[in-house]
Ligand binder design. Structure first.
Ligand code: PRT
Ligand code: ZN
Length: 283
């Protein structure tokens, strides 16, 4: 039995549960407890505040954890980061009021900076030789400059909307983050085998993120051109149709390229184009 800690509620909770579910680890949602056994895989799920996950995994009270990389770095706990999980992307950045003239890192010398990530910030300032007063605030860091509590902030940014609505401008990106799978250092062989199995399943789920399955009919004469348009994993699957000069083509397409690919295929005579959801890619 392996124990994996995930966030109880908050931004990473739903996607952590969803990733586990897609990897074949399901928990009965209706009666959520602090510690739950998965129905179909030798895993126990421990629900914690994200702040507590790195420490819990470092001391071995949970074998694995799903948490933002920013929390791992901030807590400074000794854990192994096994895998990036492809969700919860954000950055931890310095931001200043848009009214000030920002001329570079020297700006922060002698300034007061509000943050919930004091350790990451102090380390960054030490590396850069900046002497600033770092004030730790839990909660709404972005209101600190307007409230006269700080000259600048160091906080998580994702879309940037929160900064804009508080009259702040992002000036330095210090740490890139996303949800990661962490492990207690030196897991025994049995637990590591389960961890590897989970990692391989997570990998398959992630490979399916942002991908679509495309099925279409095409005049056989346009096949060579279609193959050039399609960025298939190896090469598209081609199936002959009853009408001898036509074929059916199946392939995986990145969602970002979907419309441009579809339009190019239509231009060379493709018909009956189906775009289907793709769940996992097992390589
Ligand atoms: O209760 P608990 O302690 O477990 O949760 P929490 O409130 O400390 O964390 P939570 O749930 O807000 O975030 C969990 C993790 O999600 C973070 O540690 C990050 O790894 C990740 N993440 C990804 C984010 C964001 N994106 C994000 N946008 N965490 C917070 N934000 C906040 C940010 O603090 C700021 O207030 O969103 C605002 C900025 O967002 P934009 O889109 O306006 O730029
Ligand atoms: Zn937290």
């Amino acid at each position: 039995m392996i124990r994996i800690a995930i966030q109880t509620k908050g931004r990473l909770n739903e996607q952590s549960i969803e990733l586990l579910r897609e990897a074949g680890v399901t928990i009965k949602e209706e009666k959520r407890k602090f510690l739950m056994r998965a129905a179909d895989f030798p895993v126990e799920i421990l629900f914690l505040r994200d702040d507590d996950i790195p420490h819990t995994v470092a001391m071995g009270a949970a074998d694995l954890g799903i948490v933002g990389y920013n929390e791992v770095v901030e807590r400074g706990c000794v854990v192994d980061v096994l895998q990036n999980l492809g969700f919860g992307a954000c950055r931890v950045s310095l931001a200043v009021p848009k009214s000030v003239e920002y001329t570079g890192l020297d700006f922060f010398n002698g300034k007061r900076i509000a943050t919930s990530y004091p350790n990451v910030l102090k380390r960054f300032f030490d590396e850069k030789g900046i002497k600033a007063a770092v004030h730790t605030i839990t909660g709404s860091v972005e209101i600190a400059p307007a409230a006269g509590l700080a000259d600048a902030i160091f906080d998580i940014v994702s879309s940037g909307g929160t900064l804009i609505s508080n009259g702040l401008v992002e000036v330095e990106q210090v740490l890139q983050s996303e949800a990661v799978l962490i492990a207690t250092p030196g897991l025994d062989d049995d637990k590591m085998a389960v961890a590897r199995q989970l990692m391989s399943r997570f990998d398959s789920v992630q490979k399916g993120y942002g991908k679509k399955y495309l099925v279409l009919n095409l005049p056989s004469s346009a096949l060579d051109e279609a193959v050039k348009i399609l960025p298939a994993m190896r090469s598209p699957t081609v199936i002959p149709l009853a009408q001898s000069d036509w074929c059916s083509l199946q392939t995986v397409v990145d969602e970002k390229e979907l419309w441009s690919v579809v339009e190019k295929l239509k231009a060379i005579g493709a018909e009956g184009i189906l775009v289907l959801a793709l769940e996992k890619i097992v390589l």
